[in-house]
Design a binder for this molecule. Structure first.
Ligand code: SF4
Length: 452
């Protein structure tokens, strides 16, 4: 008999969450591999905004959806975990009503194992809760936890998640070994040399958009980012193969919106982004592209900007982080003087307006001067990009981690809940007090750009 596996994308538990093209792509890749290897796969997506039973039976108000497949999640206020009890903000569980997850779990007879993914380290309460529920409905069935929290905080996850096994290495090999150890036999991979199957987006209800990964990892080593830890090397797919995938989702499922999940889509564009965009431009598929993960400003050449416009890029996010070049030299070396100005000039010349272009501005870094942030907001707006504040979350295994730990008043090493960027965990109270002023300046800058 085929092994029957339940795959779960858990709830988010946080002070705020928004569906900005959020899909569990790693879990969907895993689902596709497991199907290819002869398993029967049941996906439970706790963040499903289209679940029919939520509309019929759920007690929660319908989440407002916005353009291009983005919008709010289902949301229910819940008690704060004790370490966050003094934070004066409501805390919520985002996603399906637990009774519906329970019902979905109960509908699957005798699963061989339950595989749970995880994302942000400080969302682990949602992971714990779903594992508790899975074990209640299917006692004795092995539960295996993987994903980003499992990798970054493997010891914490082993002690606190409730999973029987925590997979903390990169790739699927450890999982295959683990499944074998519990007597789940996978069919031989027909030909491991063939390209990976596409992630199983077809298992989701209501496919508003597809997230595309044309590469994994990043050639940069920004001190605040864990990309190099999560992906051991920078690997890129053949652009022709990525193009085939986009065509597949468009033709087979009618998908128009695509969010690039690459960390470095524009690295060495001549051999990657350029042929991909040229291929898209030739096909004229009436698509819309979005780059929530930020593009490298150095990669925006006149040709790339022209092709982005031609192929339907609608949401462009640039990784500006700061206009302070000394900060870049210290932390990431990904921008040099003049790079951002050039990128903006090329984008505007290609026909993009400020409403398409956002610049991420990093705030909450240890020792970061407020004046430099004010200057960066003005700099982004002055060049025609909407400023977006991106609050720093301290991440274990990054080069900045030790400094973050020494600067924070929170116990970052002992409690992942304190990695939450809403807390601005590496800022003192005086800096945190400047946040409303920074948000006001962002709002004014955006308003001015809207009217230009
Ligand atoms: S460029 Fe982006 S993805 Fe790459 S290391 Fe820096 S922050 Fe991470």
């Amino acid at each position: 008999m085929k092994p029957s596996l339940i795959l779960i994308n858990p709830w988010i538990t946080d002070f705020a969450a928004y569906d900005l093209w959020s899909k569990p792509v790693g879990l969907l890749y895993l689902a596709a591999h497991l199907r290819k290897r002869g398993c029967s796969v049941h996906l439970i997506d706790c963040l499903d905004v289209h679940h029919p039973l939520m509309k019929e039976k759920g007690p929660l108000p319908l989440p407002k959806r916005r353009s291009y497949g983005t919008g709010k999640f289902w949301r229910e206020k819940v008690s704060k975990p004790p370490p966050l009890k003094d934070i004066p903000r409501p805390y919520s569980r985002y996603g399906l009503w637990p009774k519906i997850v329970e019902q979905e779990l109960a509908e699957i007879d005798s699963p061989s194992a339950i595989l749970v993914t995880s994302l942000m380290t400080y969302w682990y309460p949602g992971v714990q809760e779903v594992i508790r529920l899975a074990k209640k409905i299917h006692p004795g069935v092995p539960v295996i936890l993987g994903g980003i929290y499992a990798r970054l905080c493997s010891e914490h996850a082993a002690i606190h998640s409730g999973a029987d096994t925590v997979i903390s290495d990169h790739g699927f090999d450890s999982l295959w070994t683990c499944l074998k150890a519990i007597n789940i036999d996978l069919a031989e991979d027909a030909d491991p040399a063939l390209p990976s199957p596409y992630p199983a987006f077809d298992l989701l209800k209501g496919l508003d958009y597809v997230c595309i990964m044309t590469s994994t990892g990043c050639p940069f080593r920004c001190k605040y980012c864990a990309s190099h830890y999560l992906y051991l090397e920078f690997c890129r797919r053949d652009p022709a193969e990525a193009l085939e995938e986009i065509i597949y989702w468009r033709r087979a499922f009618g998908v128009r919106d695509f969010a690039f999940y690459d960390d470095a889509l524009l690295a060495n564009p001549e051999t990657h982004a350029l042929p991909l965009l040229e291929g898209l431009a030739r096909l004229d598929l009436d698509l819309r592209f979005h780059t929530p993960n930020a593009l490298h400003v150095r990669g925006i050449t006149p040709e790339i900007a022209r092709l982005m416009r031609r192929t339907g890029f609608k949401t462009i996010r640039l990784g500006l982080e700061s206009s302070d070049m000394a900060l870049h030299r210290e932390l990431d070396n990904k921008i040099s003087p003049g790079d951002f100005e050039h990128a903006m000039r090329h984008l505007k010349k290609a026909g993009f307006s400020p409403r398409h272009i956002g610049a991420y501005i990093l705030i909450g870094l240890p020792e970061q001067p407020i004046d430099a942030i004010v200057e960066t907001i003005r700099f982004a707006g002055g060049h025609g990009a909407f400023p977006y504040l991106a609050e720093y979350s301290p991440v274990p295994h990054t080069l900045l981690w030790e400094k973050a730990v020494s600067w924070s008043n929170y116990d970052l090493t002992g409690e992942p809940l304190f990695h939450n960027n809403t807390l601005l965990p590496c800022w003192d109270e005086a800096r945190k007090g400047c946040l409303p002023k920074l948000k006001r300046l962002v709002a004014e800058t955006r308003e001015r750009l809207r009217q230009e």
